[in-house]
Design a protein around this ligand. Structure first.
Ligand code: AMP
Ligand code: ZN
Ligand code: FE
Ligand code: FE
Length: 290
């Protein structure tokens, strides 16, 4: 193995819609040769304490992170936070409000699925989540289990993806609010998987959106992701370099909820060196000096 310290800055546990516990995830990171990971569960910091304890025990650096969905058209926009303060009362309260919007959404999705003729209950979906944040992958798994669809992909395509008949939007923050939340809790904000903005066919519009996010305080762009091709990554990299944004990357690992994605893999040959983490730490230090 090379002596480069490799990092993976995007992943989920059972605290949201992944399938490993924080300890299991950190153990897998160690086995996969990763020096540093960021745990970025959707809308919650609840897995971080366990992950950091396990990381300290076995020698993997665990960055406290989070992934927040924000308002966006036509695609989907997720903002990642790195080095957030997991004890920040304000951040925890703000995330609790977002979690509440999930709890409101879930029964509405169930009603829609039932109206479409499917026999499925909220309890069955909650069982899939094992007590963490309920997300659409849990609905997908329950639909598979009940035999309504062959696999999760079909569940998303037919029912759960944006625009499909059982899709229900969560009330979301604006990008400005999410970036502010992250930065005010000491963190660094980055745009997750830019491909999902669905602006690849409108390059000018894409550039304007990224510029706008930068003006709102965003510091990084997830150039490398398991959902982005080499060509896409090359394009996003140019944008990041033009605007002086940090180049980040992550697998968006979800365990067996997305079995094709391996921890540490963000496209063939792509990797994030530890220098990126040093740059984030320096940004945070410089901010404190001001
Ligand atoms: P939620 O936070 O409940 O809206 O669910 C978002 C999660 O669903 C994302 O993090 C993905 O893991 C997953 N997801 C969204 N769209 C799809 C899709 N088309 N196919 C498979 N998984 C998806
Ligand atoms: Zn997810
Ligand atoms: Fe995401
Ligand atoms: Fe994610």
């Amino acid at each position: 193995m090379s002596d480069v310290k490799r990092c993976d800055l995007h992943m989920h546990t059972v605290h949201s819609d992944g399938t490993l516990t924080p300890s299991e995830l950190v153990q897998l990171a160690k086995k996969s040769g990763l020096a540093c990971i960021a745990l970025t569960d959707h809308d919650t910091l609840s897995g971080i304490e366990e992950a950091q304890a396990e990381g300290n025990r076995i020698g993997v650096e665990v960055i406290a992170g989070v992934e927040i969905s924000v308002i966006c058209e036509p695609g989907t926009m997720h903002i990642l936070g790195f080095f957030v303060d997991r004890n920040s009362k304000k951040l925890k309260e703000e995330l609790a409000e977002i979690q509440e919007t999930r709890r409101i959404r879930n029964p509405v999705i169930i009603e829609k699925l039932q109206a479409l003729g499917m026999d499925i209950t909220l309890k069955e979906v909650e069982q899939e989540s094992g007590g963490g944040q309920v997300g659409r992958p849990h609905f997908a798994r329950a639909l598979v289990k009940k035999g309504h669809v062959k696999n999760s992909e079909e569940a998303f395509d037919k029912y759960l993806t944006k625009g499909a008949p059982a899709y229900v939007d969560k009330r979301k923050l604006t990008s400005r609010d999410a970036i502010k939340m992250i930065e005010e809790s000491g963190g660094v904000a980055a745009l997750a998987h830019p491909k999902q903005l669905k602006l690849d066919h409108e390059p000018d519009q894409f550039e304007r959106v990224i510029e706008q996010l930068k003006s709102e305080g965003m510091k990084g762009l997830e150039v490398y992701s398991s959902c982005q091709s080499k060509d896409e990554a090359a394009r996003y990299r140019k944008t990041a370099e033009r605007l002086g944004l940090l180049i980040t990357g992550g697998s968006d690992f979800h365990g067996s909820n997305k079995p094709e994605v391996k921890l540490g893999w963000m496209g063939d040959g792509a990797m994030i060196p530890y220098e990126t983490i040093d740059r984030m730490k320096k940004m945070i230090l410089d901010r404190k000096k001001k």
